[in-house]
Every structure is written in structure tokens, then in C-alpha cells.
Design a protein around this ligand. Structure first.
Ligand code: ATP
Length: 772
């Protein structure tokens, strides 16, 4: 049981209010489930107040009998859209399918509308088994009245997966994907907007079906033969030709402790970093997953040295680093540089690692790497014009959505190595797909074949633990052989790590123990008392985790240092130093929230923190743009060089820029990516929002010394284990939970994010015996 909180005061510091009905601002942002419409609340004409459904949990709302024909079903769908359960887009898509294929049965139209809605929430397909076999409540997060209407409509339409399958297959709006292994699938040749995959009973929008096929084909090609036999198309000829003893010699040099293992040492926890390094080196695709601070970058830095050391050709290796966001890219480059520095002493004069760092160059965003252009989905880099690289390392791969992964894999030359780093337990990408999670389905279990274990032993001296090897008769997945999970956090030994572990395991009692702390001294992890204003925490921090936004606001107010009397201090230099210090102070602390709407969402909390800073005399607001306003870019704007998710601070321009015609009061938004400072005139940024507070989704790829996670007092559907885990793991030194309703925290830990996907089936990683 969670600790009892003090009773809530009648007028809490940040009053929870009824959430408004929400049509997502972006189809991919988390929102509260829509609130009841006035008609629902009054119990008037629709939906009629009928008895509950068979499960007893939901009120049964009998649909009109006419849902059994297309016109009636569409009328029913428009009522659902009016009630806010479906988006207008979902309804429009069902109507479009009807126009395309007027003879389609009503179930096809219903499936189309639901599929469109699920796509807006990140699913790539609709699993009929999930919809028809009683798991729909986990899939479709509508209020009780909406669920009742859906239940009743499904009942009126009758039928099981087979009947729906026949209806879908018969519709002219649907192509059927039934590959025979010889000829191309009929779906590949068709043009219909929907694709039905009978094996697995999944319905797709054509685009996502194609993207899944592209990702699966590329991944299988990259790992296929490599893992099975250590040779063939997916294997690396260099890896194949290199003596294992040579690999081992380099690994012993690059990793500290000498390997302890010998056959029979299965009880020992192996050095997973060393194993990950060897496995990623050996093939065209390496997956290294692990929680925060488990040493993914530490390992990949050593991998780059290993690749460089064993590279035989006269041409230098072309290595590129990338990540989904500018911030994550800058962090990757910084961490790799920091890891390579001390290695020089270990490798001696054999390799010049500073030359390697210079050659690697800056890390880029995936958009920049692939040559994204404004106003088109087309990328400059693709199979016909591939990337100029031999090795590509992509960090924060959990943020890479399906379409981007498909584009990335296709733009990579088939001989190049791709190394994906990421935390499979984090929230999936904002856009559709959960690619890293799908690729890492067997990472926890290992699922290693005996010949993988033999190769790992030869390369690293490490013994793969017996429970992580396949049993006789189990079929190895080639992808699992190229996947390694790092299991020990090197950074989080303390309470943050313990809390993240407890949350990841769904152990709420343990999580509350950590949050309550040992008592006595202030802890880096704490739960904020419910009777204290959240704005106080936002301004001042708390015992054990000082420094809220007051710190940056005071630096802001102080302004750049005045040039000294002897005039030798360059005002430009002083201005830049000031900008950096204010940005760095701002980046140390952040409030994260689970939802967008309402008092406890991004908008409400941003307004509250802004008002508190103004009230404390720390900020002055003259209009939309004011000095000190933090903003997050909400849409890519290549012309201005800003991308969705970039966070910057509005500050006075430097004297030189102001003198150059921008005016003395010119406000610019400054962004800091690692060491790189850039700025844009504030008035040129149209798609931004204030960013004292951001959603957990948008915080992925960032870390703050003190992270505060604010959960709303209601609207539990969006709260999941992955969301809480992602919020906690954004904290470097301190974490504070604000949970006005503690039971929602417990419920969140029991709710898993589930994204329907056909990738594991295509990749052969869906064996229930070896998936976590
Ligand atoms: N085997 C090791 N021995 C000593 N220090 C290590 C080892 N592995 C990692 N570290 C240190 O632990 C810290 C975290 O490592 P690293 O940044 O590589 O983790 P990560 O998994 O990439 O983290 P993040 O999730 O933040 O990206 C770094 O300071 C790194 O130098």
C-alpha cells in the first residue's frame, strides 16, 4: 500500500479541474480521454441510458439496428465523432473507405475508423484478436459511454475473427497480404488504402504495412546469415576473417577487469559490455539496449576503437553518429569523446584516438543525416543515393518511429554496420511504431543459440549464462543473436536507480519505500507533499534537491557582465558567456507532466509556473515574447534550423546583433546543443510553446539534474509504467514525484504500453517462451 498522504486541503495549490474534451493538438501527443459531452451528462437522447454490458463494467448502449448496413454504421460513427470518442479524421477515413468500396460490409468501415484512431495513438495496425477477444479496453481508451456504444455495435454486427476476416478480404478497399514465399504478395502489387494480413489477423493502413515490410526485410537481411553461421550475406567478412584471439586481445585492452570466465562459470554475471562490443562488431546490425547509465555509450566508444583497430583497408573507416533530436545527438558525441579520451593511454601509440574523434565529426539528427526537406516526406538519402558511411551509430533508438527506421535502413549501404543504442523500456516513439521494443523483444531473455555462445566465448572469454540460452529444439532468431542488453547501471546505484528498477518491475510497494526514503536526511528521491504548492517546488527545489527555476531567473536578471574599465573584455564574449550560463542553469531543472490539457497538464502548469516567477519578481512579461521565456519548438522548420522538440530560452540579443539592425530590444531564442550555441530571432519562430513544463514524451533524449514528474489527479488511462519509468530516468541527481492521487501512481505501474505491431512476427522474435 502506498503511504497515506495528508488529506487534501479544500483549495489545493494547483486545483485539479475537470478536463475539457480534448481533440489532440498533435495526433501523437498524450491527451486525457475526452470528458463526457453534455448529452452524455444529461443522459438525453444519445446514448440512451440502458443496462450495463455483459462484463458488468460498462453501461450497455444499444446501437441503432441500422448499424448492420453501411449508412447506419456511418451515422453511428458520426455520433461517436460528435461525442468526441472518434476524431473527425477517423470518421472521414471510414467515409473515404465507403466511397472507395461502397459494397464493403459495415465491419470494414468500423475497422477503418478504429484503425485510423489507433494510428493517431501510435499503433501501426489494428489487431482483430485484441479488438474482438475482449482486450479492447486496453486498446481503446474511451469513456464508459463510448465503450458501451462500441460494445453494443460489435454485438449488433456479430461475428468472430473469421467472419471479419472474410468481410475485409472481400472489400475493394482492402488488399490481402498472403505471401506464398515465391511470388510477391498480392498486397505488394495492389493500391488499396488498407492491407489485411490474415496471419496474425492485422489490418494496416497501407503506408505502415509497407514500412513494417521494409524494416523487417532490411533487418533480416542484415542479421540473417551472420548470426546463423558467422558468415554469409549478413555477416561481416572482416569479422569472419579475424582471429578470435585478436578480438579478445583488443577487448582485454579496452575493458578494465580481466575476464573471469571459463566454461563452467555460468553462475557468474558476465561482462555484458564486452559481449555487446564483440557482438555489434561481428555483424551488420548490432542492438545494444539497457537502462540509463548502463554504459551503452561507454561500450560503443570501445566498439569504435575495436572497429578502427581491426579495420584492414587503406581507406579510413567512415563513421557517423546520429540521434533523433539535436540534444541527444550532441550528448552522444560528447559522451563518446569523453569515453575515448582516457582510452588513449590504454591503446598506446597503436591508434591515434584524437584523430578518430576529429574524423567522426559532429553527431547529427536523423533528419539532417537523411536529408529531410521542408514540406515533403522525401529524403535526400535513400537506397538510390545511400549514406556515405561504413559505420552508423544511432543513440536513443527508442525514439525512432517506424517510418524513420524504414528510411534509415534503406539509406544505409548494405555493407555498412548499424549500431542501435537505446532503452527498450522507455516510452515508444511519439509517432507510430515501437520499433526498438519490437526489435528487442528477446533482449531480456537472451535467447542465444549455442553457436552464439561459442563465438562470444572465443571473442570475449565470457560465458553466456545458461538460462539465457535456447533449449534444445527452440529455434534461434537471428536478430536475438545480434542483441545484447546491458543490465547494470554504472550511474544509478542509489535511490533513483532503485526507483527506476521498482517501477520497471511494476513493484509499487517497493517504489513507495524508495520514495519515502530512509527518513532523517533529505533524499535525492522524494514525493512532494500534496498540501504544498507545486509552484514552490518549481521555483526553489526542495531539501535534498535545491535549485528550481529561481537560479536561472536570477542569472537572467543579472545580465552579461559589464566590460571592465580598461575595455579589454569583448562585450560579445561576455554576452555569450552569460547566455551559456543562463541556458545551463535552466537545463538543470525541469517539470514533466503526463498530460497536455487541464491544470495539471502542460498548459496549466506552464501558466502557473510563469505566474509564480512573475509574482516573485523574477520575470517580467510584456507580451507573448519576453526575456527568459523558455520555448519548445513544436514543428520542424528547416529554414530557421529548428526542429520539433528543440528547447531554447528567449534572451536579449548581443550588442553586435542588435547594432546590426535587429534593434536594441531584439529578443532571440538561444539553443544549446552540447557546446554548440545557436540562436533565432524570436519573431521568426511561429510554432513554439512555453517550456517550463513539458510532457514526458517530449522529454525523451534529455536529462536534468533535478527532474520533477507531475501526475494528474485523474485521467489514469494515459499513465503507464513506461511513462513513469521514462520520467524518472530523465533525472541525473534528484527526482521528485508530485502525485495528488497516489493510487494513480500504483495503477500506472500496472498498466503497460501496448502497441500493436506485426514486426516481431515478421522478425521471428515473437516466441512466447523467449519474450519478456
Ligand atoms: N564498465 C565501466 N566501468 C567504469 N565506468 C563505466 C563503465 N561503464 C560505464 N561507465 C560510466 O558510467 C557512466 C554512464 O555510462 P554511459 O553514459 O555510457 O551510459 P549510457 O547507458 O550511455 O547512459 P544514457 O542512458 O544516459 O545514455 C559514464 O560515466 C561511464 O563512464
Amino acid at each position: 500500500m502506498p503511504p497515506r498522504q495528508p488529506p487534501r486541503p479544500a483549495d489545493p495549490p494547483l486545483q485539479a479541474s475537470l478536463f475539457d474534451a480534448v481533440v489532440p493538438r498533435s495526433p501523437t501527443e498524450p491527451t486525457e480521454p475526452p470528458a463526457a459531452t453534455s448529452r452524455e451528462r444529461s443522459g438525453a437522447a444519445w446514448p440512451p441510458p440502458e443496462a450495463g454490458p455483459a462484463s458488468g463494467a460498462l453501461p450497455l448502449v444499444l446501437p441503432l439496428p441500422s448499424v448492420r448496413d453501411a449508412a447506419g454504421l456511418l451515422a453511428e460513427l458520426s455520433r461517436w465523432a460528435e461525442a468526441g470518442w472518434l476524431r473527425l479524421l477517423d470518421l472521414a477515413f471510414a467515409r473515404f473507405v465507403h466511397e472507395q468500396a461502397p459494397r464493403s460490409e459495415p465491419v470494414v468501415l468500423l475497422a477503418a475508423a478504429l484503425l485510423a484512431q489507433l494510428e493517431g495513438r501510435g499503433h501501426t495496425c489494428l489487431s482483430l484478436a485484441d479488438l474482438l477477444d475482449g482486450r479492447r479496453a486496453a486498446l481503446i481508451h474511451w469513456p464508459a459511454a463510448g465503450m458501451g456504444a462500441l460494445e453494443a455495435t460489435l454485438a449488433a454486427l456479430e461475428g468472430d475473427v473469421d467472419r471479419w476476416s472474410a468481410a475485409l478480404a472481400a472489400s475493394a478497399a482492402v488488399d490481402v497480404d498472403a505471401p506464398d514465399g515465391v511470388s510477391p504478395s498480392p498486397a505488394a502489387l495492389g493500391q488499396a488504402p488498407l492491407v489485411w494480413v490474415p496471419r496474425g489477423a492485422r489490418l494496416y493502413l497501407r503506408r505502415y504495412w509497407r514500412d513494417e515490410q521494409r524494416v523487417a526485410a532490411q533487418v533480416l537481411q542484415r542479421v540473417g546469415a551472420a548470426a546463423a553461421a558467422g558468415e554469409g550475406e549478413g555477416a561481416d567478412p572482416i569479422a569472419h576473417a579475424t582471429a578470435p584471439a585478436e578480438v579478445r586481445r583488443w577487448l582485454d585492452l579496452l575493458f578494465h577487469a580481466p575476464p573471469p570466465a571459463a566454461p563452467g562459470d555460468e553462475a557468474l554475471e558476465p561482462d555484458w559490455q564486452r559481449i555487446a562490443c564483440a557482438v555489434a562488431w561481428s555483424g551488420r546490425l548490432g542492438l545494444i539496449t539497457g537502462g540509463p547509465g548502463t554504459g551503452k555509450t561507454y561500450t560503443v566508444a570501445r566498439l569504435l576503437v575495436l572497429l578502427e583497430a581491426l579495420h584492414p583497408g587503406p581507406e579510413p573507416l567512415r563513421i557517423a553518429l546520429a540521434a533523433p533530436t539535436g540534444k541527444a545527438a550532441a550528448r552522444l558525441k560528447q559522451s563518446i569523446e569523453a569515453a575515448l579520451g582516457p582510452l588513449q593511454a590504454q591503446v598506446g601509440s597503436a591508434l591515434d584516438l584524437s584523430a578518430l574523434v576529429t574524423r567522426i565529426g559532429a553527431a547529427r539528427t536523423l533528419h539532417a543525416l537523411l536529408g529531410a526537406r521542408p514540406d515533403t516526406r522525401r529524403l535526400a538519402r535513400h537506397a538510390g543515393h545511400p549514406l556515405d558511411v561504413d559505420v552508423l551509430v544511432v543513440d536513443e533508438a527508442s525514439m525512432v518511429h517506424l517510418e524513420m527506421m524504414a528510411a534509415l535502413l534503406e539509406a544505409l549501404p548494405s555493407r555498412a554496420r548499424l549500431v542501435l543504442l537505446g532503452d527498450k523500456d522507455q516510452l515508444a516513439s511519439v509517432e507510430a511504431g515501437a520499433v526498438l521494443g519490437d526489435l528487442c523483444r528477446q533482449a531480456q531473455a537472451g535467447a542465444y543459440a549455442e553457436d552464439t555462445a561459442a563465438r562470444v566465448l572465443a571473442w570475449t572469454g565470457q560465458v553466456l549464462p545458461q538460462p539465457m540460452r535456447l533449449k534444445a529444439g527452440q529455434r534461434p532468431s537471428p536478430l536475438a543473436q545480434q542483441t545484447v542488453m546491458l543490465r547494470r547501471s554504472q550511474r544509478f546505484g542509489g535511490p533513483i536507480g532503485q526507483l527506476a528498477l521498482a517501477v520497471n518491475a511494476g513493484a509499487s510497494v517497493r517504489a513507495w519505500q524508495v520514495l519515502r526514503g530512509p527518513g532523517g536526511s533529505p533524499s535525492p528521491v522524494a514525493c512532494w507533499p500534496v498540501d504544498r504548492p507545486v509552484t514552490r517546488l518549481a521555483l526553489e527545489g526542495r531539501d535534498g534537491a535545491p535549485g528550481g527555476y529561481r537560479t536561472y531567473a536570477e542569472l537572467l536578471a543579472r545580465g552579461p557582465q559589464v566590460p571592465s574599465a580598461h575595455g579589454r573584455d569583448d562585450p560579445e564574449v561576455l554576452h555569450e558567456a552569460w547566455v551559456r550560463s543562463v541556458l545551463q542553469a535552466f537545463e538543470r531543472f525541469r517539470l514533466l507532466t503526463a498530460v497536455r490539457e487541464g491544470d495539471w497538464g502542460v498548459g496549466g502548469l506552464n501558466r502557473a509556473v510563469e505566474a509564480a516567477l512573475i509574482g516573485a519578481g523574477l520575470l517580467q512579461r510584456g507580451g507573448e515574447w519576453y526575456e527568459g521565456r523558455p520555448v519548445m519548438v513544436t514543428r520542424n522548420d528547416a529554414a530557421q534550423g529548428v526542429f520539433n522538440g528543440d528547447v531554447g530560452l528567449t534572451l536579449r540579443a548581443s550588442p553586435r546583433v542588435s547594432a546590426a539592425g535587429a534593434g536594441t530590444r531584439a529578443l532571440r531564442v538561444y539553443f544549446l546543443d552540447g557546446d554548440q550555441l545557436r540562436s533565432v530571432l524570436a519573431s521568426r519562430l511561429n510554432q513554439v510553446e512555453t517550456a517550463f513544463v513539458m510532457t514526458v514524451h517530449k522529454s525523451q533524449g534529455s536529462e536534468f539534474e533535478h527532474t520533477v514528474l507531475v501526475l494528474p489527479p485523474r485521467g489514469a488511462q494515459v499513465l503507464t509504467r513506461e511513462l513513469v519509468y521514462t520520467g524518472i530516468t530523465r533525472a541525473r541527481r534528484a527526482f521528485t514525484l508530485v502525485a495528488p492521487e497516489p493510487a494513480l501512481f500504483d495503477a500506472a505501474l500496472q498498466r503497460r504500453t501496448h502497441r500493436a505491431s506485426g514486426l516481431p512476427a515478421l522478425l521471428g522474435t515473437d516466441d512466447p517462451a523467449t519474450t519478456a
